[in-house]
Write a protein that binds this ligand. Sequence first.
Ligand SMILES: [Zn+2]
Length: 387
Amino acid sequence: MTTTLKTDLTIADIVNGFAYNELEGKGLFGWSGKLVIQPEYQRNYIYADGKRDVAVVDSLLKGYPIGLIYFVKTAEGKYEVLDGQQRITSVGRFVTDKFPYTGADGRERNFTSLPADQKDLLLKTPLTIYICEGKEGEIKEWFKTINIAGVPLNEQELLNAIYSGPFVTKAKEEFSNSMKPTLQKWKAYVRGNEKRQEILREALSWVSKGDIDGYMAKHRFDADIAELKTYFSTVIDWAGTVFKGMEDEMCGLEWGRLYETYHANAYDPVAVWARVKELYADEFVRNRRGIFEYILGGEKDTRLLEIRCFDKKETKAVYAKQTAAAQKKGVSNCPLCAIGHEANAKRIWKFDEMDADHVAAWSKGGATDISNCQMLCKTHNRAKGNR
Ligand SMILES: [Zn+2]
């Protein structure tokens, strides 16, 4: 499909020969008979509520542009409105006196009774029109994505339009095809709607290490998508090999990045999955999505798991007990300050000057209940690090 920009038409050209079917609520023809305003696949005219059609006229009379319009070239000198039908129909109906406009002076006027300069302003408004040419199926698919029901193009759909060519066509066949038998498997790992190009987006993001735009520009005229396909299936296969089972949280992980970071490491899939199960059962793990990278990285970075912290009630209780005991002994209520020789050795910290700490780190088997909680001054808590 190709698109050509056309900027030499005005409202006057388009509404010339405007015909409207009141019964069906359809704008029929315009542009001296060259334009079919409402093709089969269009929504019915829904601006005729006296508000939105007036709003179109109002903005034109204020000198604002009417927005992008798309036509499809159906034959030599024949066009259909792909997008912009509602706006064109509003203007066409106004120019043919089907509804009045209330000016700043509060008076209702038909188009015919508008002052000449206002008529002129409206009729001479230039239009920005894209003319699309291509197969009907392609065009309908395009139409579905450009503006239907007010859903704007998402980023990938825009990129597909910008870099349209053999590469995008092939890539869509592979990754946007709802009939694809492997799609269900992919969707266990990749979140998104294939019809909105979200699977394709992920595949491109993986192979390009995030530079989708650059990758599409470089490969725009490639006749095959071998690299894209192979890389995607390599990542998915790797994920399926390391993690034998399937959990909901595995969907939408950054598998491309995980593959790049960890695929050179050797794992024992049976042990890995047993560990996944253990961590799923651990009530202190708040972020299950982090389990997978935690294991891949050799169980070092507990931040990935967002281990449950002590709650305020627990910490207040520990603070009170710890402070009472410290005051009795005449030492700091931060046990680490108390064993130091610095100025803080006898300091009683306020509650909000302290943080809760796991006496035994969670990663070393320590529980997240009050028996494993101590309050430390903020400096010592930060210094203790790995929990
Ligand atoms: Zn301290």
